[in-house]
Design a protein around this ligand. Structure first.
Ligand SMILES: Nc1ncnc2c1ncn2[C@@H]1O[C@H](COP(=O)(O)OP(=O)(O)OP(=O)(O)O)[C@@H](O)[C@H]1O
Length: 232
């Protein structure tokens, strides 16, 4: 569950208008939301607020009944590690590690997620492998260096890393931009399956309007903010 209430955020105090100005946004647990809007309208900024990487100047961001903007930095880091899986645009994988090793990193900083991973499989390694298989990465590919994988295969590794330990919230920032249309749609469907299995909320950012129809709910960030965005 994600709730934003009267959230204002400026990157610089002297900014004339805030980058983020959201009176109200509510996303139910387990909902899959397509977040879109023109370049520069604040999508990545909103994701960093949701992930607690930045905090708003005003307002409240409530995730899973916790007002995360009121937590100390260290508690916010803990909350993020325990409850949020993040799929980055450029995947942020460690190229010299194998897919299995990269996926395990997803729960390295969270005892809670390690425990939850062990609810599914006898070891964290086996759980990483189970997720990679579910996301379509063959066993043979799971043990070689990630740098030898195709972009589409790397994307599956990034997704498995976000899902390990069943975090309640998955944030995906333009994860499909390097793929062709058919593979983008297939990847989104894989994310839906995984998110459904763990009843995770999915916030998916993309410029690609062809993906919008796959989602039950889409949020246009410009409209959400009152339609005031002026292209940078
Ligand atoms: N770290 C930062 N420091 C200062 N300003 C920033 C920073 N990150 C983003 N901005 C500014 O905030 C505004 C929104 O940027 P943001 O990256 O959130 O937009 P976006 O909708 O994700 O764009 P895109 O679709 O091109 O990725 C832009 O004007 C940008 O210059």
């Amino acid at each position: 569950m994600i709730t934003l209430s009267n959230v204002l955020f400026k990157w610089h105090a002297q900014q004339a208008s805030p980058t983020i100005n959201i009176a109200s946004l509510h996303i139910e647990q387990g909902e899959h939301v397509f977040l879109h809007g023109p370049s520069g309208c604040g999508k990545s900024t909103l994701l960093s607020l949701l992930a607690g990487v930045t905090t708003p100047n005003q307002g409240t961001i409530t995730l899973l009944d916790k007002a995360v903007n009121q937590l100390s930095n260290s508690k916010r880091d803990r909350f993020r590690a325990d409850h949020i899986g993040y799929i980055f645009q450029n995947f942020n994988l460690l190229p010299y590690l194998s897919p299995i090793e990269n996926v395990i990193l997803g729960c390295q900083f969270s005892k809670l997620r390690q425990k939850q991973a062990l609810n599914n499989s006898p070891s964290i390694n086996l759980e990483a492998s189970r997720l990679l298989t579910a996301l379509g990465l063959t066993d043979a590919l799971q043990h070689q260096a990630v740098s030898k994988l195709s972009i589409g295969q790397q994307q599956r590794v990034a997704a498995a890393r976000a899902f390990i330990g069943s975090p309640e919230i998955i944030i995906a920032d333009e994860p499909t931009s390097a793929l062709d249309t058919q593979n983008r749609q297939a990847f989104v469907k894989l994310l839906f399956e995984q998110a459904k299995a763990t009843h995770s909320t999915l916030v998916f950012v993309s410029h690609d309007e062809t993906l919008q129809g796959l989602f039950k709910r889409s949020v246009n960030l410009v409209e959400l903010q009152g339609g005031t965005h002026v292209a940078a």
